[in-house]
Design a protein around this ligand. Structure first.
Ligand code: SAM
Length: 316
């Protein structure tokens, strides 16, 4: 039976209600650019999409195997679903009783779901939420500093001080628990970069004519250090969120761009301490998979995909 409430059900979490329309529009604009980019470089993107779908479904199927014999509903959740270009949503919806797609940008997710066969819509829920739980606080600090400070230096000082007071620990939205399969695909590294860095550089360029750049020296140093600290806390909290969402016998797909390759040089995007924290929280169900993602003629990433199970429950 097709969903009579077409287009698919959308719920707005309170974490999204505190975020300004301007900020949500930033995410929608970025996803729009990403969709155009995918379309423009489709043949280059294809190997990444195939590898992503295959890695996600392999861990999703492991969840079904681990839950064999249980009568409980099999529920999947995808965090940061966005345009769903590299997420096999149709296959997940066929595999699980329900599939929940979460993103700050509900418009792009709804657009992607609308293109799926209508009979799958009744198995899909969309939740609009700020997965970091602090995007509103970050925007308030940055936008407030830009409103109040007339100089770039004053802005940097106030923004650094404001950010030092933001702690995302346990601030993530309540998205439920007991999911058989939890998917976080290319989201971890975005949690700090979009809300914090993009907003930061846009604001300083508009108001002071100087796009903010990270620097370990000079007047940018304190804000740079606070941004690094906040990013580290956001990522740790994200791993904690994955552990809260998944049921003890469930599985977690956690993949991201571990390095970016620029002009032949490798730039680390996921740090060793973050990998150690993931290993503390989860056991590997299978060795990590990795592939190169040529996102455009000049853009290349190294993606690593982890197939995980909560610790305390021996992977079968
Ligand atoms: C790199 S994209 C993932 C690509 C996506 N899988 C696709 O196929 O289009 C990251 C996604 O995470 C979302 N996102 C980033 N930060 C978020 C946050 N704090 N809360 C919710 N969604 C967020 C973005 O809107 C975007 O859709």
């Amino acid at each position: 039976m097709s969903n009579p409430n077409y287009p698919p059900r959308v719920t707005v979490d309170p974490s999204l209600e505190v975020i300004s329309h301007t900020m949500v529009e930033r995410y929608t604009a970025l996803n729009g650019q990403m969709a155009d980019h995918y379309a423009a470089f489709q043949p280059l993107q294809q190997p990444h999409i195939v590898s992503s779908h295959s890695a996600i479904m392999s861990t999703a199927r492991a969840a079904i195997n681990r839950a064999a014999g249980s009568d409980a509903l099999r529920r999947a959740i995808v965090l940061g679903a966005g345009n769903c270009s590299d997420i096999p949503v149709a296959e997940l919806a066929r595999t699980f009783d329900t599939t929940t797609l979460v993103d700050i940008d509900v418009k792009s997710v709804a657009k992607a779901v609308a293109n799926l066969p209508k009979r799958l819509h009744e198995k899909i829920d969309i939740i609009g939420a700020d997965i970091s739980g602090v995007a509103g606080d970050v925007a308030e600090v940055m936008e407030g500093a830009a409103r109040r400070r007339s100089t770039y230096k004053g802005y940097l000082q106030e923004a650094a001080w404001g950010l030092s007071g933001i702690d995302p620990t346990d601030k993530q939205p309540d998205l439920g628990e007991g999911y058989a399969f939890v998917c976080s695909h290319l989201l971890l590294t975005q949690l700090g970069s979009i809300a914090v860095a993009t907003l930061n550089s846009d604001l300083t360029e508009t108001k002071y004519g100087v796009p903010f750049t990270y620097s370990q020296e000079g007047i940018e140093k304190p804000l740079t250090l606070h941004l690094y600290n906040l990013t580290a806390k956001l990522r740790k909290s994200h791993v904690d969120l994955l552990a809260r969402l998944v049921e003890p016998s469930g599985t977690v797909h956690l993949a991201d761009t571990y390095t970016q390759i620029v002009d032949g040089d490798m730039h680390t995007m996921v740090r060793d301490e973050e990998l150690e924290y993931i290993a503390e929280q989860f056991a590997e169900l299978a060795p990590p998979q990795s592939w190169r993602w040529q996102s455009s003629p000049n853009g290349e990433f190294h993606v690593v995909s982890n197939s995980l199970a909560p610790r305390g429950d021996t992977p079968s």
